[in-house]
Design a protein around this ligand. Sequence first.
Ligand code: GDP
Ligand code: MN
Length: 429
Amino acid sequence: MIRYLACQNCRLHNNNLPLTNKKTTFTGNIESMNIHEYQGKEILKSFGVRIQEGIVAETPEQALDAAKRLKEEYNSDWVVVKAQIHAGGRGKGGGVKLAKNHDEVVQRATDIIGMQLVTPQTGPEGKKVNKVLVAQDVYYPGESETKEFYMSVLLDRASGRNMIMYSTEGGMDIEEVAEKTPHLIFKEEIDPKVGLQGFQARKIAFNLGLSGAAQKDMIKFVAALYKAYDAIDASMFEINPVLKTSDDKILAVDAKVNLDENALYRHADIAALRDLSEEDPTEVEAGKSNLNYVKLDGNVGCMVNGAGLAMATMDIIKLAGGEPANFLDVGGTANAETVKAGFNIILQDPNVKAILINIFGGIVRCDRVAQGVIDAYQEIGNIPVPIIVRLQGTNAEEAKKLIDGSGLKVYSAIALKEAADLVSEVLGG
Ligand code: GDP
Ligand code: MN
């Protein structure tokens, strides 16, 4: 999924926090694929990262079966039932529940499967839960206290290097920690030439205040975690909490694993984990037509070739008194087919009051794009909103003539200023 948006508010730039909130805006070109907690944990485990063990279930019966197997294999009397959705903060929303006996397992699974789970990261509409992870309870009492830590691995854009970010303040909202007690967040930058060094893993364990067996286990944990991150071409790992159990084992209780989409071709097995039901349906449809589409909340749909031009176009829309309804980059091949697919996607948004098409004809000729717009318009039929087409570049004049002569309700412009004025005009401003 692509998110290029306003840069000023970008936490990733400002203080390098990982993007835990889907609605957060940032700039750049991060295309990353999200997977479920249970899938992320399986990957981590395959690299030797200790995890809170669990079994995925789609029905209360399967959940009960899972709890019985966890008892056999790991001797866990209690289990936690965890909603599997592509959003964090599930605990806060009631999507993570402890079950102390078989009846409670069935009860919790019945409650959670099928629920519309609202968390601070889902938006008010929430997300439907189709699966739960039945996991061993790892907060059992014992010799020492349990402790929750925070750990993520991500690219630090400032240094252009991967880093491990970690904190003694685990289990809670890391953004809040960053705001109120930033000195409790540590960063360890990794030199790509040599990878994570032993002394760095030791320093992390030390800074987390660990000693003895827990310290040793943390060193192993960090090393395995980084190895996994590197090997699968991840774009981010966020493990919150990393737990020190009462018997001094270090393990991942949660796992947010994001993959770099540009590298997915190297990991067919991981690419197959994609769960399209978790993604915005319009964005999925756009992806099938090779369009980069991100839905926004405004009233002017836009269709542009190139991400930079799309950003500029969104600014122009704002300047003209509108708000962009979407980000849509049709890429280098703006033809009748892509234009039509773009129209269809934009028109699914009931908030759209006007559409601005802004294409720079470099390799693609403007007159061909214009013909594409006209063909798409005629094929779709009655498009209920005004369309402003701004074509600049090769054969721009011919393109304008084609549009103006088409008899369709399409306004043409060559200069960006003209296009902006037309947007104002059709919005009645
Ligand atoms: P998130 O809310 O989506 O981040 O989901 P997490 O997997 O991080 O779980 C949320 C919270 O549930 C954790 O911070 C723990 O406090 C709690 N939790 C998770 N696993 C267990 C467990 O095995 N036993 C108990 N008692 N609590 C757990
Ligand atoms: Mn968590």
